[in-house]
Ligand binder design. Structure first.
Ligand code: ADP
Ligand code: MG
Length: 308
């Protein structure tokens, strides 16, 4: 069931390269694979030698790829929120919703929500068409924010649901005491209340995504043989730990890039480890991607416990 894979790590360690090499190895082992880039910098297409778009494009038999159009998802998220707010608060004309949403576009949190809903769409709509979906992730800060959103927003939504329940039960009390009150004519039942229904729905979507990250994904962190990338991997490990998301593997990429002595950090040494040599000639074709040597990682992914 864990047929979603994410590669995390500092910028430049090789997330796009190893995601591509891993996806290609799986496809050539006979799996139907989708690789989806979540990185607004989008260089997956360059590596695969094809211009990508927001919908899957076939790269070779059994391998499709897409690049999430983040601007599209930001607009979609804001437009849906705007429509929902307008429907819920149609009586409140004093509040200028449009100017509020124009500001929202640039406010913190919007981008990670957009990434999260894009992942949900790929997972739920496209996922069933493939054996494996590989995500090429954006820079660490954004990745950690979208990974933590289901847990954090889930808590918020739970609180808001309880608050809404209290409001509805107060309305019921008023209606009982005074059936003539305008409140008695408003919605007093949980099952009919639009706001309660929306909170319940978003809570379900968030818990599905929480499950996806914590239980159904193979998450690797990539390091290079240098201090800075290891420091960032340690921060990622700590944050994932806090979120209850298990780390599945550690990839050491660009081995042999320098003669400097290097040993794996003890905190990262307990995970299955996969090494990838530095290719001096560079990597600019699919055959060169295959030569990076992700076959062992792909075999481990397919054979690990719980996967049939
Ligand atoms: N094993 C490797 N050998 C040689 N060059 C590599 C290797 N892995 C990655 N690179 C190069 O390093 C650069 C950054 O890799 P990339 O996959 O784009 O990193 P990220 O997605 O983490 O930012 C690219 O130019 C890529 O070709
Ligand atoms: Mg990249």
């Amino acid at each position: 069931m864990n047929d979603r894979a994410f590669f995390l790590g500092k910028g430049g360690v090789g997330k796009t390269t190893l995601s591509g090499a891993f996806a290609l190895s799986l496809a050539r082992k006979g799996k139907k694979v989708l690789i989806a880039s979540l990185d607004p910098a989008h260089n997956l297409g360059d590596i695969l030698g094809t211009r990508l778009s927001g919908e899957p494009i076939t790269i070779e038999p059994r391998l499709d790829a897409l690049e999430v159009d983040l601007a599209y998802w930001v607009d979609k998220y804001l437009n849906e929120s705007r429509a929902q707010m307008k429907a819920n608060y149609s009586y409140n004309t004093a509040f200028n919703l449009d100017s509020f949403f124009n500001i929202m576009k640039y406010s913190p949190g919007t981008e990670e929500y957009a990434v999260l809903w894009a992942i949900e769409d790929i997972h739920c709509r496209l996922g069933p068409l493939y054996d494996v979906v590989v995500f090429d992730t954006p820079p660490t800060a954004l990745s950690l924010r979208f990974l933590s959103l289901p847990v954090i927003s889930g808590l918020w939504v739970k609180e808001l649901r309880q608050l809404r329940e209290k409001i509805l039960s107060k309305r019921q009390t008023v209606a009982r005491i005074n059936p003539e009150s305008p409140i008695a004519a408003s919605c007093i039942d949980k099952d009919e209340d639009k706001v309660y229904g929306q909170l319940k729905n978003i809570g379900l979507r968030l818990s599905r995504l929480e499950l996806l990250f914590a239980k159904e994904s193979f998450i690797s962190v990539i390091v290079n043989p240098d201090r800075l990338s290891v420091d960032e991997a340690l921060r990622i490990q700590e944050e994932l730990n806090r979120l209850g998301i298990p780390l599945s593997a550690v990839c050491v990429n660009k081995k042999g890039i320098s003669d400097m002595a290097w040993a794996q950090h003890p905190s990262l040494a307990g995970y299955p480890q996969f090494d990838f040599d530095f290719t001096r000639e560079g990597i600019s074709s699919r055959e060169e991607l295959m030569a990076v040597g992700a076959q062992a990682l792909a075999a481990h992914f397919l054979n690990r416990a719980g996967n049939q």
